[in-house]
Write a protein that binds this ligand. Structure first.
Ligand code: CTP
Length: 396
């Protein structure tokens, strides 16, 4: 329910992606928003107002002269209570209108008369998007403070492939949720490690740690929502890259270490969430090891570099944040790790609470003492951690 209490006015313009706006309404409502739909006349040729009415539970408006609005002020009434006005899909024609400030139908009038942020999700053929006129209009919208979501790249209804399709409804909802988060890290850069590492024994076997990567990915998302430029160095996980985050995929601890050293230079903060394998096999067999009936081979191990400790020991380290996942003595072990690695903040959690799931319970340990964060979804905890990081960055 990340949009609880938010009132969204959704404008639907004419384009085949209008059918996806129906799913968008459903997802917005699932997140707790109330949704008022307004459509252009051409949008009604793709999907009927009845569809949106059924999904939103509210009368859908298409016409400026709708007699159901008694004072004939639909353009004012509909957007007054809105926390955001979202146009999805936004056709090339509609973007042009908004760029020019035209108001010749209900939706464009609503846009011009609005008193709330405007977000648009363009959807059009790739050549229409590439057209200098559309690009000029998009630049004007950006200058006017309008947030452009996408467009995405991929197959288009016309059979072509390229940039221009509307980003998916789930992505639009994530962008809207991000829009409402406080921008605590604007202009900051954050580097994050997440997931496990995999230390190969042979082409099909290896040593790894149990880690889904969910906490690290949630922190990447929360930092980006707060306005930071985020680079995520990720071990093998089954998670999609959070929107707007740059992901570097690695497998072993050595690869993770190299990627971190290559990128850490221009970051203000380094958050090490990865469950790095402490050891790796001294040798990796190029061929699959066969069982030949004799005694099993011993696997000789060597210590992996401690990525976090190395970064913390740089001459001008970023603000370093570590994680300590423990099965017992959380306070003692977490503080010990914080001191050993010489880092200002460590986040402790008991693996019995939250390991692998979508919720967690954390305790932050820093110079000011302990700050418990009660059980909550990982994204909520990640936002609280980001707020703490923002405070520490300010103090630096
Ligand atoms: N870490 C790292 N590089 C490593 C090992 C750990 O960057 N080679 C980071 C983790 O991302 C985490 C913190 O260090 O932020 C965990 O500290 P550590 O003491 O290494 O944890 P464990 O490996 O769990 O230690 P132990 O097995 O002793 O409990």
């Amino acid at each position: 329910m990340e949009l609880k209490g938010k009132h969204i006015v959704l404008g639907v313009t004419g384009g085949i992606a209008a059918y996806k706006a129906a799913e968008l309404v459903r997802l917005l409502i699932k997140q707790g928003a109330t949704v008022q739909v307004a459509m252009t006349e051409s949008a009604t040729h793709f999907v009927t107002p009845v569809t949106f009415q059924a999904l939103s539970g509210k009368t859908v408006f298409t016409d400026q002269w709708d007699a159901r609005i008694t004072n004939n002020m639909a353009h004012i009434d509909l957007s007054r209570e809105a926390d955001a006005l979202l146009i999805a899909p936004a056709s090339a024609d509609f973007l042009a209108k908004v760029a020019q400030g035209l108001a010749d139908d209900l939706l464009s009038t609503l846009v011009l008369a609005r008193d709330c942020p405007l977000l648009v999700a363009p959807a059009m053929n790739r050549q229409m998007w590439d057209n200098p006129a559309t690009q000029r209009n998009a630049a004007t919208l950006r200058t006017d403070g309008i947030k452009i979501l996408g467009p995405g790249c991929g197959d288009q209804a016309c059979g072509e492939t390229g940039l221009g399709r509307m980003i998916e409804p789930e992505e639009i909802v994530a962008e809207l949720i991000a829009h409402f988060q406080p921008k605590l890290l604007t202009g900051k850069r954050m580097l994050i490690t997440a997931g496990p590492t995999f230390e190969a024994i042979d082409p099909v076997r290896g040593i790894t740690n149990l880690s889904t990567g969910k906490m690290g990915y949630a922190i990447a998302r929360a930092a980006r929502e707060a306005g930071a430029a985020v680079t995520l160095v990720s071990g093998p996980v089954a998670l999609p890259c959070p929107q707007g985050v740059t992901r570097i995929s690695v497998s072993s601890a050595l690869q993770m270490c190299e990627a971190v050293h290559n990128h850490v230079g221009n970051n203000d903060t380094f958050v090490a969430v990865a469950a790095v394998a402490d050891y790796r096999p001294i040798r990796t067999s190029a061929q699959k090891i066969k069982k030949d009936g004799s005694a099993p081979q011993a696997i000789e191990l060597v210590l992996n570099p401690d990525i976090l400790a190395e970064v913390a020991a740089l001459p001008q380290p970023p603000l370093c944040v570590g994680f300590a996942a423990e099965s017992e003595n959380l306070h003692e072990y977490a503080e010990k790790k914080r001191r050993a690695k010489k880092i200002p903040l460590i986040v402790g959690n008991l693996i019995q609470q939250g390991f692998g799931g979508d919720t967690n319970t954390l305790i932050l340990f820093d110079d000011d003492g302990q700050h418990p964060l009660p059980p909550a979804p990982k994204i909520e905890l990640a936002r609280q951690l980001v707020a703490r990081i923002a405070t520490l960055l300010e103090k630096r």
